[in-house]
Design a protein around this ligand. Structure first.
Ligand code: 2P0
Length: 391
């Protein structure tokens, strides 16, 4: 069945095509269709098979915090794609004998019924763009390279790996889809699973969210940062200090929603745009003093937003602050341009240029690891994005 026809006859179109985006109202829910990513009738028939991808986590320099309906970010963000913290996903498909979505999820070979609601929701959201999801039963077999419950967001790596598998299946079913389209579509689909996941498909620096100066930036997908990047940022290092490996106190979705009616939200969103503008010459020149100033301001503003929302919450732990203070003292003493950033949790990402890796890693091992749970930390660096697993 042609989904476009289905949608148009069952719904009322309230906005005419604008940049290929249409907004429809179906029953009481509005939904948005981006026609560019809606496939036609499959050109081939395949009964069964499997595809696999690895996809990394990413660490935001300018943070995404606050979103609108349809997974549209309230402000643009930019991140380094990581290299070592990855999810590996194999999608095995065989004929579906039911009317709905049919799938099982496995983590490290063990069935994970808890993951089902999130995947079911993801499939519902992306179904207009992947109608073939109902042709098949899927066994989704996934594992992470980072320790389970390490407090590292597995949604970015997990959703981007699954999105890559889904477009790889699409590539097998439809002819003539080029590699660039497939990567863009994977980012678009990954965003519908988890916002930050759209920044994990491509390597290096990735921008998500419209920004006036950044050519091609989009609210719908992550795009490679299009301007000149100084060599120092091409192999930046990230030591992830695992301060608290527990369950997240606040889900990201709840956190993002607390930006609605937040008294400081408008100026925060404006600040993110300004920080991106300021980063453009810094990323070109390699001015690390200015880089550090923006990156640390972003991390602390993210947590300041959480601490001033209603309800308010604190995700940093005492050891998070101990690490930040030790790092500031170390930077002052050694003049090594090392800085920190934070995610929506207590873990600290220590960022530094590769040429200082030996000294900084000794400092992490000898001083900072004492403030981590079980002394655990992960050494990571800027990576290349999602990669196919040869099956
Ligand atoms: C980021 N974070 O830019 C920010 C900084 C956490 C702190 O994106 O609801 O898991 O799935 O779209 O992507 C975490 O939020 O949220 C996040 P959803 P997501 O990386």
């Amino acid at each position: 069945m042609d989904r476009r026809l289905y949608c148009c006859t069952r719904t009322q179109q309230i906005t005419k095509k604008q940049n290929e985006v249409s907004i429809f109202v179906k029953d009481d829910h509005s939904f948005m269709l981006v026609e560019e990513f809606i496939p036609n009738i499959p050109s081939k028939k395949i009964d069964a098979g499997s595809v696999g991808f690895t996809s990394p986590s990413n660490i935001a320099l300018v943070k995404y915090w606050g979103k609108k309906p349809h997974q549209i970010p309230s402000n643009p963000s930019i991140s380094f794609t990581l290299n070592n913290c990855k999810t590996e996903t194999v999608l095995q498909f065989s004929p579906n004998t039911t009317d709905g979505f049919s799938f099982e999820v496995y983590l490290d070979e063990k069935k994970q019924p808890d993951f089902r609601p999130k995947i079911e929701h993801f499939f519902q959201r992306i179904f207009p763009y992947a109608p073939f999801l109902k042709y098949y039963h899927f066994d989704i077999k996934t594992s992470n390279t980072f320790p389970h419950s390490s407090g590292i967001a597995s949604s970015a790596s997990g959703m981007s790996a699954l999105a890559m598998c889904i477009v790889a299946l699409e590539e097998q079913l439809y002819s003539g889809l080029d590699a660039n389209y497939l990567k863009r579509k994977a980012s678009f689909l990954a965003r519908l699973g988890s916002g930050s996941a759209c920044r994990s498909i491509e390597g290096g620096l990735v921008v998500w969210g419209e920004h006036k100066t950044i050519l091609g930036s989009s609210d719908l997908e992550g795009v490679p940062y299009p301007f000149e990047v100084h060599d120092v940022f091409k192999n930046y290092q990230d030591a992830i200090l695992l301060v608290d490996k527990g369950e997240k106190q606040v889900s990201s979705t709840v956190g993002h929603n607390l930006m609605h009616n937040h008294p400081y939200a408008p100026s925060r969103f404006e600040q993110a745009h300004r920080h991106l503008d300021q980063l453009i010459p810094i990323l070109k020149s390699g001015d690390l003093e200015e880089f550090i100033s923006i990156i640390e301001k972003e991390a602390l503003t993210l947590h300041a937003m959480m601490m001033s929302s209603d309800p308010y919450f604190i995700l940093m732990k005492p050891n998070t602050l101990e690490i930040i203070n030790l790092l500031w003292t170390y930077r002052k003493r050694t003049k090594i341009p090392v800085c920190f950033t934070l995610d929506a949790g207590a873990n600290v990402h220590v960022l530094y240029p590769k040429k200082h890796a030996i000294e900084v890693e000794l400092f992490v091992k000898n001083k900072l690891s004492a403030y981590c749970q079980n002394n655990q930390y992960i050494l990571d660096n800027v990576g290349e994005g999602a990669e196919r697993i040869k099956i």
